[in-house]
Write a protein that binds this ligand. Sequence first.
Ligand SMILES: [Mg+2]
Length: 250
Amino acid sequence: MPLLLSKPLFSLFLHSKPPFSMAHFSNLSTNSTQKARLRGVVFDMDGTLTIPAIDFTAMYKAVLGDDEYRRIKAENPSGIDILHQIEDWSPEKQRKAYETIADYERQGLDRLEIMPGAAQLCGLLDLKKLRRGLITRNVKTAVDLFQTRFGITFSPALSREFCPYKPDPAPLLHICSAWEIQPSEVIMIGDSLKDDVACGKRAGAFTCLLDQTGRYDSPEYADVEFKPDFKVTSLTQVYSLLEANFDLTP
Ligand SMILES: [Mg+2]
């Protein structure tokens, strides 16, 4: 008689109390020593691999106007999706909005700095032969500039030109298929709950939220639809988190 497996195929064993918080246990189980195999890491760029250099609040106000900004912000406490907000605007209004967004992004590029721990983390992932990808809602020129300036490359690196963009799972699914691995063998790391965590969870990947200031501990984020599997306050915590929770065998 065939044996019926009642245990979830996907189970992880948490060895010890890690220095990072386990935000969510949906994919995790403590009754097995088997760790999930991790074969790829996908990063967000702005605010994750780079220090936030874009004043998003100022950008949103410049695009929407103060009153409209306040109204939309009240309706979307977890964050405004500016590209979505302008989707239905007239071509002329939309063109102006994109110009304003591009201006803010250009200013951000001038002040671009790499996130502490990013280069070291990428080096450690390379040692384990883990694939590194990138998904951003920023433009391709910004990705190119980041990769050249800091000498770290990601493949594939998908920018806003790849549609639909985050939080749609399409870019992450595209990367998984390019890598010929399952989304369940990938972790998405980013600083946005509404874009990075939502994209990762929708695709069926693990997710890690980078929350440097603890802003997502606020009660307004308690009932969000997609919660991260892991939460860190610095990229320097990520590698030990991966080692503790995943099988990193190349
Ligand atoms: Mg970001």
